[in-house]
Ligand binder design. Structure first.
Ligand code: ATP
Ligand code: MG
Length: 421
């Protein structure tokens, strides 16, 4: 029996690499221009980090985490998301002492035990941004515009932005009780799933699909109408700044997020080009997160976007990612040899060529000379050096011309020929 990859993961094969590199390159450029710095963090953390911040009652913590005990008896978890680890690092490395906000980005893979389907994996990739240390509404607006710019630059199609505000934890707690009362009043009309979560996580009822629950939710009180003056003012400023930047959005009072740490602004980008899994990226403000980890007050805001979904949303009908294709690096020289005694010399010449800044490859599979020339053609080599017992020859693959050259002059000839091209 052959061993196959586990369910819900996917391989990124060489032919797809360019699409991924392109997104990564665009992300890097956009982050640079917005003054964000990259952060790379461990793939696993203490389980407690996620349990305490994401929330015990959330789907992620209740059923989606890859949690294991290491040989030292510690409970560890493969990161299901990036915000809590970034806040952990921010605190651990004293970044609250730097000029605020500290703006960080990451590109890494994450792990959630979810139902595998198109656009939903158990190991998936996210690009994420976090701006920590300021509650200025301009931070919220800037992070949102950044993601809008990024999605635009990669060519994601039919993107729609929804925003809302969850207010402060106090307002949310009061609202939660109000919503629970509404749900209990309509208990019979709710799906069993939602009914079971009235106590634990009533806000998730807004995400339910079944008609009965949707009907009940249509008449439910909205958190957006229960914000404190201060939070409402903050949200109004975020909207004004988005307007000023020309970023279109819809205010959606039913928008809830699957993680407990969010406060005030929340948002989600969706693409109509995607099927059921339409979320491309989302995030929001998390003003209490660093404090919950034992740190000083350090309000933050950020988002994460799924790279698989970005690629799906930006695929043309033909499957190619829109935008200018980037050329594969040139192969200036292919080193062929007609006799095994020349292999070491070929190896040396190839190494020398690379050190001289040339794109160089050599024969690696024992082909006949004819096969080697075919291979050189396949990789798009500009010149082929043919090393034989008699000496060396250089073939110009553009003109087809081949001539004998002094072995010690091969590299010089290629460099000159390349310069002339
Ligand atoms: P969804 O509603 O699709 O489950 P989510 O609210 O759980 O998304 P977040 O935790 O906010 O998602 O993660 C941000 C982004 O990461 C999502 O918008 C999506 O693009 C991507 N994402 C989340 N979970 C997965 C997954 N299992 N497979 C692929 N991409 C994912
Ligand atoms: Mg999810």
């Amino acid at each position: 029996m052959t061993i196959r990859a586990v369910r819900g993961v996917h391989d990124i094969l060489p032919g797809e690499g360019e699409k991924w590199r392109r997104v990564e390159r665009i992300a890097r450029d956009v982050f640079d221009s917005y003054g964000y710095e990259e952060i790379r963090l461990p793939i696993f953390e203490r389980t407690e980090l996620f349990a305490r911040t994401i929330g015990e009652a959330t789907d992620i913590v209740q059923k989606e985490m890859y949690t294991f005990e290491d040989a030292g008896g510690r409970s560890l978890t493969l990161r299901p998301e990036g915000t809590a680890p970034v806040c952990r690092a921010y605190l651990e490395h004293g970044m609250h002492k730097l000029a605020q906000p500290v703006k960080l980005w990451y590109l890494s893979s994450f792990f959630r035990y979810e139902r595998a389907q198109a656009g939903r994996y158990r190991q998936f990739w996210q690009i994420g941004a976090e701006a920590i240390g300021s509650d200025d509404p301009a931070v919220d607006a800037e992070t949102i515009v950044l993601l809008a710019d990024l999605l635009d630059a990669v060519g994601a199609r039919d993107v729609r932005l929804r925003i809302s505000s969850l207010g402060s934890p106090e307002a949310r707690a009061a609202y939660r009780a109000e919503l629970q009362a509404h749900l209990r009043e309509h208990r019979a009309e709710l799906s069993s799933d939602v009914r079971e979560r009235i106590d634990l996580n009533p806000l998730r009822a807004f995400d339910a699909d079944d008609p009965g629950t949707r009907e009940v939710m249509a008449g439910a009180p909205r958190l957006l109408d229960r914000l404190s003056d201060e939070d409402a003012e903050h949200f109004a400023e975020v909207r004004a700044l988005l307007d000023r930047a020309g970023v279109a959005y819809e205010v959606d009072s039913t928008l809830v997020r699957g993680l407990d740490y969010y406060t005030r602004t929340v948002f989600e980008f969706e693409s109509a080009a995607l099927g059921a899994q339409s979320g491309v990226g989302g995030g929001g403000r998390y003003d209490g997160l660093v404090e919950a980890l034992g740190g000083p007050p350090a309000p933050g805001c950020g988002w994460a976007a799924g790279i698989e979904r970005i690629l799906l949303a930006s695929d043309d009908a033909g499957g190619a990612v829109s935008g200018p294709p980037t050329s594969t690096p040139p192969v200036d020289l292919f080193v062929a040899f007609t006799d095994l005694t020349r292999r070491a010399d070929a190896f040396g010449l190839t190494a020398e060529a690379r050190r001289a800044g040339l794109g160089a490859q050599m024969e690696l599979a024992g082909r006949s000379l004819k096969g080697q020339l075919k291979q050189a053609d396949r990789v798009g080599a500009r010149f082929v050096a043919i090393l034989s017992v008699a000496g060396a020859a250089l073939k110009d693959m553009e003109s087809g011309e081949q001539r004998d050259v002094d072995r010690v002059a091969v590299l010089r000839e290629v460099l000159r020929g390349r310069g002339a091209a």
